[in-house]
Write a protein that binds this ligand. Structure first.
Ligand SMILES: CC(C)(COP(=O)(O)OP(=O)(O)OC[C@H]1O[C@@H](n2cnc3c(N)ncnc32)[C@H](O)[C@@H]1OP(=O)(O)O)[C@@H](O)C(=O)NCCC(=O)NCCS
Length: 185
């Protein structure tokens, strides 16, 4: 079974084991839900429960001025990642369902994300989910990396911005997703 829910500090060891970046996850969990929500996907079978994927939905205005200007009040999904052994099993889709439902429940009409120009797998995933490229071309998205000592390093990555219109909250429903629980804050 796959479960998607907001991460809590007890998830840190498992998140770090799956994806490294302890300082990143620590900061994101500490700053939710004000900054946004870190979604974690857990896969459970007969023997164990393991982290299968994660993503962060930023609810505050974006770092990049282009996004602040053209996508006011639009939450940004970032750092979507799925454990290599769990790919092509619907994990990213389940995380995105949860993030979109959360945004919609908070009254947001759209959701957006940035994808590097060469990431064909992610671009196909997003296009299949009705994300469309915006009209303003690629942007230099801010990338933050933490080193082992917890120091932040800032860089930029050329990204295409994709946006999806969300249906009104009244039409939201989880009933059509067998074998999956979505737990929203
Ligand atoms: C991109 C990524 C998040 C996809 O996660 P996933 O759990 O495998 O995705 P899903 O199983 O939900 O895929 C849903 C659909 O997306 C598309 N898709 C996903 N991965 C794909 C791939 N490698 N090649 C082509 N299409 C792909 C397919 O249409 C797929 O449906 P299908 O499996 O029925 O054909 C995962 O490959 C990953 O973690 N990559 C490294 C990190 C990354 O690139 N993150 C995105 C940053 S913008």
């Amino acid at each position: 079974m796959l479960e998607v829910r907001p991460a809590v500090s007890e998830d840190l060891p498992a998140l770090t084991e799956a994806f490294k970046q302890p300082h990143y996850f620590q900061e994101r969990i500490a700053r939710q839900p004000h900054l946004g929500v870190l979604f974690v996907a857990e896969h459970t079978d007969d023997t164990a429960t393991r982290v299968a994927g994660a993503a962060f939905l930023r609810m505050l205005p974006a770092e990049e001025w282009e996004l602040r200007e053209h996508l006011r009040n639009v939450p940004i999904l970032s750092h979507l990642q799925v454990a290599p052994q769990r790919r092509r099993q619907g994990v990213a889709s389940a995380i995105m369902d949860a993030a979109e439902d959360y945004a919609r429940a908070k009254g947001r009409a759209r959701i957006a994300l940035g994808v590097t120009l060469t990431n064909a797998a992610a671009r196909r995933l997003y296009a299949n989910r009705q994300y469309v490229e915006w009209d303003f071309g690629p942007v230099n998205a801010m990338v933050v990396e933490w080193d082992e000592a917890g120091r932040k390093h800032f860089g930029v990555e050329r990204c295409q911005i994709m946006v999806k219109a969300l249906p009104a909250p009244a039409t939201a429903g989880f009933g059509k997703r067998p074998q999956m629980r979505l737990i929203l804050a």
